[in-house]
Design a protein. Structure first.
Length: 100
């Protein structure tokens, strides 16, 4: 029987992240929920990613949240950071950047 990972201790009443978890399984579950805010097949600029990250957290570090999404394979980006996109499934390694 699979146990569901709880992310609600890291969210406020509005569903915004109040802090990032230390446990990797919880972090991945939280990042997976955030990645659903990004459309598959659409390219985003860094400022667009920052706006979405700002809207879903309260701890004031959109750059950390953006980096975690990329490092855990939920978002990919071009080497120059000009374009970002959501991956259909989280990638096992951060350096794999398949375009949609």
């Amino acid at each position: 029987m699979e146990r569901k990972i709880r992310i609600d201790p890291f969210l406020n009443d509005e569903g915004k992240i109040i802090q990032l978890p230390k446990k990797q399984a919880v972090m991945r579950a939280l990042l997976a929920s955030i990645s659903n805010r990004f459309e598959l097949g659409r390219f985003y600029t860094e400022p667009q990613i920052n706006i979405i990250c700002e809207e879903c957290q309260t701890f004031g570090d959109v750059f950390l949240l953006r980096r975690e999404l990329v490092d855990h394979g939920f978002l990919c980006r071009t080497p120059d950071g000009a374009r970002y996109w959501r991956t259909p499934d989280p990638l096992p390694q951060k350096d794999a950047n398949p375009e949609p």
